[in-house]
Design a protein around this ligand. Structure first.
Ligand code: SAH
Length: 275
């Protein structure tokens, strides 16, 4: 059965790449959830998203975990399903455009004339900050967030070593790096951060009942994570904004300053003067 007619969503063969969010099944987007509810086949990745699939998919949906599959097997699975089924989904943790295998699959689908469409997701970096009630930006402290990782088996491109990035003294969100805390400590100190700079580690951010929040400094975080047995599924955030809710003297965002008229405020101000 070819699906060119019965695929009402696309009118042709297609695979949807959907961000499942960081773990809590409720943190998928409404669009992602609606597609899962209509899906005939879902290939998901990551232990954290299985609950999301189970909660929102229909009973006769074909579901498989890609853990343990090679890229060729993943491509083959999706191509076969796209040819024979109506709504086919590749579900990935967080956002599909961050540290997931994406273009490699899209290229394989392109070669077969199969369309792809992406639905973004809530990244674990954002869920980790939310879990710890932290902001990643703060006026006059830092206005920049770097999403990166430490070099492990995947080499870092030139100019992107942690030491080089850390010199900017912005917020750093480190994916896939929890087993490399010794390297992180070393790079941050070389980049001029103080030993006492705050570090936040969140394991299984948003995951009901399993989330762990560890706070420490560049000097102490490794021992704390070791003591808690944290060796996977963790986000590391280093930022001059950490602990901002306890800062005595925070600069107010200009957006809410009296004299700062953005387009909505101008309207309100005008309204006020005419009231
Ligand atoms: N696309 C995902 C990242 C996949 S790479 C995203 O946008 O979040 C896998 C890495 O993401 C893990 O090593 C860990 O650093 C981080 N990660 C994924 N889910 C997480 C969660 N719930 N809590 C903390 N870190 C998580």
């Amino acid at each position: 059965m070819k699906n060119s007619e019965n695929n009402s969503l696309s009118g042709g063969m297609k695979v949807w790449f959907i961000g499942a969010g960081p773990g809590d099944p409720d943190l998928i987007t409404v669009k992602g959830r609606d597609l899962i509810a209509r899906a005939d086949a879902i290939l998901y990745t990551g232990s954290l998203v299985s609950e999301t699939v189970m909660r929102w998919s229909k009973a006769d949906c074909e579901i498989a975990d890609s853990k343990g599959m090679t890229l060729e097997q993943i491509n083959h699975w999706l191509i076969e399903r796209a040819r024979n089924k109506s709504v086919v989904i590749r579900l990935q943790t967080g956002d599909p455009g961050l540290y997931g295998v994406l273009v490699e699959i899209i290229q394989a689908l392109d070669n077969e004339g199969i369309e792809s469409e992406l639905v973004p997701g809530v990244s674990s970096a954002l869920a980790a900050a939310a879990a710890a009630k932290e902001t990643l930006t703060l006026p006059e402290v830092t206005q920049t967030v770097i999403f990166t990782r430490v070099e492990g088996r995947t080499p870092m491109p030139e100019g992107e070593s942690l030491e080089e990035l850390a010199r900017h003294k912005t917020t750093l969100c480190l994916f896939l790096s929890i087993t490399l805390l010794h390297k992180i400590e070393d790079s941050l100190l070389k980049a001029g951060w103080s030993e006492d700079a705050q570090v936040l580690v969140v394991q299984k951010a948003s995951w009901p009942g399993e989330e762990k929040i560890i706070r420490g400094t560049i000097k102490t975080i490794r021992a704390k994570c070791k003591a808690e047995g944290i060796t996977s599924q963790a986000m590391i955030i280093i930022s001059p904004t950490l602990g901002a809710r306890y800062f005595k003297d925070i600069k107010k965002s200009r957006l809410y300053a009296e004299e700062f008229n953005h387009k909505f405020r101008i309207k309100n101000n005008r309204k006020k003067t005419t009231d």
